[in-house]
Design a protein around this ligand. Sequence first.
Ligand code: IPM
Ligand code: MG
Length: 369
Amino acid sequence: MKMFSIAALAGDGIGPEVMREAIRVLRAAEKKFGFKLDITEAPVGWAGIDAVGKALPDVTLTLCKKSDAILFGSVGLPDRDPTIPKEERPERAALLRLRKEFGLFANLRPVRLPKALAHACPLTRERQGDGIDILVVRELTGGLYFGRPKKTEDLGGGNARATDTMAYSTPEIERIAHVAFRAAKLRRKKVTSIDKANVLENGVLWRDVVTRVGQHYSGVTLEHMFVDNGAMQLMLRPAQFDVMLCENMFGDILSDEAAALAGSLGMLPSASLGATSGEKTFGFYEPAGGTAPDIAGKNLANPIAQILSAALMLRHSLGLNDAAAAIENAVQQSIEAGNRTGDIFNPNEAGARRVGTREMGEAIASALR
Ligand code: IPM
Ligand code: MG
């Protein structure tokens, strides 16, 4: 039987309750498809700070290093931020640190609006066109989030000056561009590369390198778009997009915008992948939404993003394609059966039933069985 070890880091806010449902669904998949997951949970984020004083405890990092993949919940509780220095806060000290530590340069965020949820999309049916099915490919270890210098200088007299550095090199752009083109080959064969080449040096280099990489993929259409226009086009004509290739910050922003089109941020999974060595791709799988402290612990959160992230883990790191597709189908079935957490519930929708986090997880697990 195939065996894999998984580090499950639930983190803060709604993290633990959506992680519980993802594990429930993984256990159902194990039985059905005959593989075994050795899942070890460890603290991260404020949970790590509360346990041992660090957002990324040493035991957690060690566990991650010996695992085949990381299933991550979410970290960060903005209300508690003022109590510690910014470098120690979970977003930087745990999330960005893990991305860098494991070289997770490729972030895949598939945004799909299920037909049954057309009502949850803020756009009119006409604007939804033939349907929304976009893969945002976001560069994850470069650009403004990691560039140096990064600092705030005290200028005296109550004034300060903050600097962040945006820098990309040719190889960094090449490798993420290859990810986007390879993904497009398996989809609708179109890449829209997002940049700000009319203003930024980074944008000019990005456009040149992506164009060059694109020449190796003759069946894939490449189009370039300025990021401001891209943000607008997502609202006006989202059906035009197949793969959107973005640098780190543009991808961060546009993926949240795209997620809103899919009904809710609670529906958006993500995979963060490093280089493939041999057959294996180490990966980090997390919902793209945050900790949602306002609804944490109330059985209100939508567990679908976490469950779909677990499916991406089976596909990209464990090579369990059938099990991954079965989980995605089970999610689809559970939505078609009318199960709705609060974020995708509309009282006027015929046949819709408002359910909690646990009930949604159970519905998906039983659809899988
Ligand atoms: C995301 C999040 C993170 C990011 C934050 C929490 C640091 O917004 O994964 O999109 O900016 O990458
Ligand atoms: Mg974000």
